[in-house]
Design a protein around this ligand. Structure first.
Ligand SMILES: [Zn+2]
Ligand SMILES: [Zn+2]
Length: 473
């Protein structure tokens, strides 16, 4: 299989070395989010979901993305996928254990960076597929050169799921050992969207709790210590009541398990969603009895959309000091690293590729150079779907492989350097079309909202005018 060549970031390569588990005969190099043509990768054809195939240019990718985007509110890209986790590795996939993993190494899209070659210990990865069994997430992480990863522990679309098969458990453990993943530190599963711990109705609340607890137990059986989930939705009830129910469920779940830390994700702030304000997170934690079992994951896109700026270094420091004083630095456990297609404080949850959105590269430079974040899992949930030649959507995992190297290259990079500015400009240009499209939507919506409010105002004005008239008579 011919090695895939892509152009590169000099800095990324300088700071990058082959991981022990990565092949030594490959020269996979990354260049920001831009990828060049690659050879077909026939060896991974049996991997689910269908993997990268076609050469592409970043221009093409951008065009595809624009076509793909509709006006509706979109879910987190990476989180949208359904990842049915089979009860055991399928017959055809049994091969994909140790021996098979070696083959996968050989076609890794990027080598994993050895952490101690970085100036700061940033563990960067992505939310990868666990289709076919949880153990596949490790191969998928290695494939993109990730030092951290997220996964779904079961299908996101249904309540009933078979338990993890012993074979998958064993494979997860042996592969994590083989690839030197400290899963208790750098693996951050994502909870199911079906689960709303703020649910008030008894039957639905019990169903949510059962599924939540099942996920926590899966974590413990896999040796995973951090579990990320969306706090919940008030469904129109009062916020304090909903927050109280979330905490009650967490307390119950903590007692039924022993080690896993339940990590609350901050949200973008749509509708009745809980967790877009740091105060929400604080109030939940306040009610949790065992504080050692609760933490927070900051999603950079969600924070920005919710009105927490991260762009200028001063704004970033301000946001982090707010977090530290409201929630507490000790609760910060992880990051979701996403740019935002939607503007600041727009309360829209639209993930963009790193550097192409309204956050921009400077925000990620701030994050990557913040000492206190070292050692935490940093998970990309950026879009990797693009249209294939047949018009069907396919995933291009090279995008994640390149974004990981891009983020690593920001460590210790001078943001005033020509190198940084060129990178920043190029990525901003790539995302310009998408940003203005979403900006238009946001603008149109505020005009609409203003119009909706207008008749009342006119009514009041008219009434006031009539009052005046009356007064004058
Ligand atoms: Zn999420
Ligand atoms: Zn997220």
């Amino acid at each position: 299989m011919p090695p895939r060549q892509s152009s590169r970031l000099k800095k990324a390569i300088a700071d990058t070395a082959a991981n022990v588990s990565a092949p030594t005969n490959r020269t996979s190099k990354a260049k920001a989010t831009k990828s060049k043509a690659k050879a077909p990768e026939e060896d991974i054809k049996d991997e689910e979901p269908a993997v990268v195939e076609e050469p592409k240019s970043s221009k093409k990718r951008k065009a595809d993305k624009i076509e793909d985007e509709e006006e509706e509110e979109e879910e987190d890209q990476a989180e949208d996928e359904d990842e049915p986790v089979a009860e055991k590795p399928k017959a055809g996939k049994k091969r994909k254990t140790a021996a098979k993993a070696k083959t996968e190494d050989l076609m890794a899209l990027a080598k994993r960076t050895i952490i101690n070659t970085l100036k700061k210990s940033m563990y960067i990865g992505a939310h990868v597929s666990s289709a076919g069994g949880v153990h596949n997430s490790i191969n998928n992480a290695v494939h993109i050169g990730a030092n951290a990863f997220a996964l779904f522990l079961k299908s996101q679309r249904k309540w009933a799921n078979p338990p993890i098969a012993p074979e998958a458990l064993d494979a997860f453990q042996s592969l994590s050992k083989q690839h030197n993943f400290e899963v208790h530190k750098h693996c951050l599963p994502h909870g199911s969207y079906l689960v709303n711990l703020a649910q008030a109705e008894k039957e639905k609340a019990d169903q949510a709790y059962t599924s939540f607890l099942d996920d926590l137990k899966r974590c413990e059986s896999l040796g995973i210590k951090l579990y990320n989930f969306h706090p919940g939705n008030t469904n129109g009830d009062s916020r304090p009541a909903a927050i109280g129910r979330i905490a009650t469920q967490l307390n119950k779940a903590h007692k039924a398990t022993s080690t896993v830390i339940t990590v609350l994700e901050n949200m973008a702030g749509q509708g009745n969603v809980i967790g877009s304000k740091f105060e929400d997170l604080r109030d939940i934690i306040e009610l949790v009895e065992d504080k050692s079992r609760v933490g927070v994951c900051i999603d950079t896109c969600h924070a920005f959309a919710a009105g927490y700026d991260l762009r200028a270094p001063e704004a970033f420091e301000d946001t982090m000091s707010k977090f530290n004083s409201i929630v507490g630095a000790e609760y910060l456990k992880a990051f979701h690293i996403n740019d935002s297609k939607a503007p600041f404080d727009s309360h829209r949850d639209l993930h963009a590729n790193i550097g192409t959105g309204f956050l921009g590269l400077r925000a990620f430079h701030n994050v990557m150079n913040h000492d206190a974040f070292q050692g935490m899992p940093m998970i990309l949930e950026t879009p990797i779907d693009r249209k294939g030649p047949d018009g069907k959507s396919v995933e291009d995992k090279q995008i994640w492989a390149d974004e990981i190297k891009l983020l690593e290259s920001l460590i210790d990079m001078d943001p005033e350097s020509d190198e940084f500015k060129a990178l920043d400009n190029r990525l901003q240009a790539e995302g310009a079309g998408e940003r203005s499209k979403i900006q238009d939507q946001v603008d149109r919506k505020s005009v609409k909202d203003a119009k909706k409010a207008a008749p009342k105002k006119r009514g009041r004005k008219k009434a006031a005018a009539e009052d005046e008239d009356e007064d004058s008579e």
